[in-house]
Write a protein that binds this ligand. Structure first.
Ligand code: CAA
Length: 258
């Protein structure tokens, strides 16, 4: 791969978008590489958490690649949007937990890919925004859909209509970032959170993720039924027997299902 680096250690895949000269902007080649990378990770049992970041100290991802889009036809624009839809849905629905380590600008497609992750940890220099309408386009990699679901319709509309960039603390205040940490502690903080998540039941976490994701897009009663079904399914696992027996025997559980 030319623009994406993946390193796997301790059941964590650290995926770095690596186009520092254009602040890690997402061109079609990078989107295709991310799609391939997410396909691979989703089938690997030795990876429990994915941490997604951008190379360098300045940007997570500064958006879709404007130099590619400037001469693109409507059909090419749609194709790019559909490629991002496919890749970001894989990121959003993979059984592994995904954490965006937002290490600087997360603008346009950068904010959008971070929102396809389960959790966003921001460095103190991070800035989030959807500047597309200033370029004469609208967010095309999920911004009109995921931002409203995450922070509410009113705030999402304000950010998209004004193109305002918000700092990490403001992103934290409105629920776009889960946590803000000094930049030099960002990856360590994400790895510590990953280790805590890995110590729990990975299969149970993947079921909880499915229940939350599906439930957010359906009515409450259907979401509760899905939850009851998955709750029941979790009773079929080794981890359920081991987790509860270990509790009653006052020892640490050895949870292995995934
Ligand atoms: N696409 C292509 N190249 C980009 C880029 C992008 N989104 N963002 C930055 N770059 C390039 C710049 O053109 C520049 O390249 P050169 O050195 O060859 O001139 C290099 O990265 C460094 O950028 P700047 O010199 O602009 O750095 P800065 O510190 O002055 O500003 C910035 C940083 C505020 C992030 C600014 O680069 C910027 O505003 N970038 C564009 C942000 C943007 O509009 N993103 C949305 C894109 S549209 C989109 O994402 C659609 C969608 O929904 C999918």
């Amino acid at each position: 791969m030319n623009n994406v680096i993946m390193e796997v250690n301790d059941e964590i895949a650290l995926v770095t978008i690596n186009r520092p000269k254009s602040l890690n902007a997402l061109n079609s080649e990078t989107l295709a590489e991310l799609d391939q990378c997410f396909d691979e990770i989703s089938t690997r049992k030795d990876i429990k958490v994915l941490i997604l970041t951008g190379s360098g100290q300045k940007a997570f991802v500064a958006g879709a690649d404007i130099s590619e889009m400037v001469n693109a036809t409507p059909a090419e624009g749609r194709q790019m949007g559909m490629l991002a839809k496919q890749a970001f849905l894989k990121l959003e629905t993979m059984p592994q937990v995904t954490i965006a380590a937002v290490n600087g600008y997360a603008l346009g497609g950068g904010c959008e890919i971070s929102m396809a992750c389960d959790i966003r940890i921001a460095s103190d220099n991070a800035r989030f925004g959807q500047p597309e309408t200033g370029l004469g386009i609208l967010p095309g990699f999920g911004g009109t859909q995921r931002l409203a679901r995450l922070i509410g319709k009113g705030r999402a509309k304000e950010l998209i209509f004004t193109c305002d960039q918000i700092e990490a603390q403001e992103a934290y205040r409105i629920g776009l970032a889960n946590k803000v940490v000094p930049q030099d502690e960002l990856i360590d903080t994400c790895k510590k959170m990953a280790a805590k998540i890995i110590s729990k039941g990975s299969y149970a976490i993947s079921l909880a993720k499915e229940a939350i994701n599906t439930g957010m897009d359906t009515d409450l009663s259907s979401g509760l039924t899905l939850e009851a079904d998955l709750f029941g399914l979790s009773f079929s696992t080794h981890d359920k027997t081991e987790g509860m027996t270990a509790f009653l025997e006052k020892r640490k559980a050895d949870l292995t299902d995934f």
